[in-house]
Write a protein that binds this ligand. Structure first.
Ligand SMILES: NC(=O)c1ccc[n+]([C@@H]2O[C@H](COP(=O)([O-])OP(=O)(O)OC[C@H]3O[C@@H](n4cnc5c(N)ncnc54)[C@H](O)[C@@H]3O)[C@@H](O)[C@H]2O)c1
Length: 339
């Protein structure tokens, strides 16, 4: 059995720990979280011990770590895990600011440890089917992509404060999906952002509503619309308009039951949130982590993908802050951490 420790016993750490515990080739070696109550509850639920970071990094019987802790802890944990020679599965984003993210990538690469990043949508069978269809050539070249990512309700404000902001925290999945589907680099990024949903988010320096439009080197167009609230629940959809086909991923309904009467038709709501909607993708990610460690199989998303998606997030944030279109093709680099 390959022994794995999970850092972070919050929303996503709970999902990853359960998938590690359920995996036939993996053993959940420890749950690490400075909030003892959170660590103990998850340890009890997964039948695993609680652990301390220093013990885990020093334990040669721990082969890998899942970094599912708060975003402001990722960079330091990535560096410590790499220096300890552990295989790593780290949640997005790599860091709160780009310069740190670049430094961390260099440290991990120098250490030579295997590392994958938590872009779970790449493991979702629906998004993967769109990618595979495009890659097969059958749909013809992609001309436009439109993505929608809207949470059912804003996350807790304590989460928002350490999240790196909505561009790096939420929209980063869409920036990564654009890269996953396109076969050429994004050249320009224009974005706008507002606080329309919860003034407390605005007071914390973040936004809760954003849109971005990007073009590739040859002029392919990508649009995204993100919000921290949708009136009907979790909204996560995508369209890829190709020369020969239109490909779309819809929301997954909670049931397939529809009701109708003389007033009209009623469809069931979508899956509640990311945990339910992407349950299969999260399990597939942990399976990919196991195969990366045991067989050296490359993951669908690595650290360099994390850096590239974060560069797009930084460009979009810069655009939303300044009103300018960012030209990545001309070598734009982020200077400050922004929002
Ligand atoms: N890929 C996805 O679908 C997805 C979904 C949600 C969150 N995330 C990412 O996962 C991370 C955690 O998000 P969450 O929603 O679970 O947040 P959360 O606030 O629910 O949980 C974070 C946990 O990390 C713990 N923590 C803080 N410092 C720590 C440290 N040094 N070591 C170990 N644990 C520590 C906190 O005590 C808390 O229990 C964030 O970076 C977020 O961006 C990814």
């Amino acid at each position: 059995m390959t022994r794995i420790a999970v850092f972070g016993a919050g929303r996503i750490g709970t999902v990853h720990a359960a998938n590690v515990a359920a995996h036939p080739d993996l053993e959940l070696a420890a749950i690490v979280d400075p909030v003892a109550a959170a660590a103990e509850a998850l340890a009890a639920a997964t039948d695993a011990p609680c652990g301390e970071a220093a013990e885990v990094f020093a334990d040669s019987n721990v082969a890998g770590v899942v970094i599912a802790s708060a975003t402001d802890t990722h960079a330091a944990l990535l560096e410590r895990a790499a220096e300890a020679g552990k295989a790593i599965f780290c949640e997005k984003p790599i860091s709160l600011d780009f310069a740190t993210a670049e430094r961390v990538v260099a440290v991990v690469e120098r250490a030579g440890v295997a590392c994958m990043l938590g872009f779970h949508r790449r493991y979702d069978p629906n998004f993967k089917a769109v990618r595979d269809r495009i890659a097969s050539g059958a749909a013809g070249p992609v001309e436009q992509i439109i993505m929608f990512t809207r949470d059912p309700a804003p996350p807790p404000i304590d989460y928002v404060r350490v999240s790196g902001g909505m561009f790096r925290d939420q929209a980063i999945h869409d920036f990564d999906m654009a890269r996953y589907l396109l076969d050429e680099d994004i050249a320009t990024v224009y974005a706008v952002a507002s606080c329309l949903i919860d003034p407390v988010i605005g007071e914390s320096g973040d936004v809760d509503s954003l849109a971005a439009i990007m073009t590739t080197i040859s002029g392919k167009i990508v649009q995204l619309s993100n919000a921290r609230r949708a009136p009907f629940g979790y909204d996560q959809r995508l369209e890829a308009l190709c020369a020969k086909e239109w490909l779309a991923v819809d929301n997954a309904p909670q049931t397939t039951v529809r009701r109708a009467d003389a007033a009209g038709f009623l469809a069931p709501p979508p899956e509640n949130y990311f945990i339910e909607r992407f349950a299969r993708a999260y399990a597939a990610e942990i399976d990919a982590f196991a195969r990366m460690i045991r067989a050296g199989e490359p993951p669908l998303a690595g650290l360099r993908d994390g850096l590239a998606a974060q560069l797009l997030a930084e460009a979009a944030l810069h655009s939303a802050t300044t009103g300018a279109t960012v030209n990545l093709a001309e070598g734009w680099r982020p200077r400050s951490s922004g929002l």
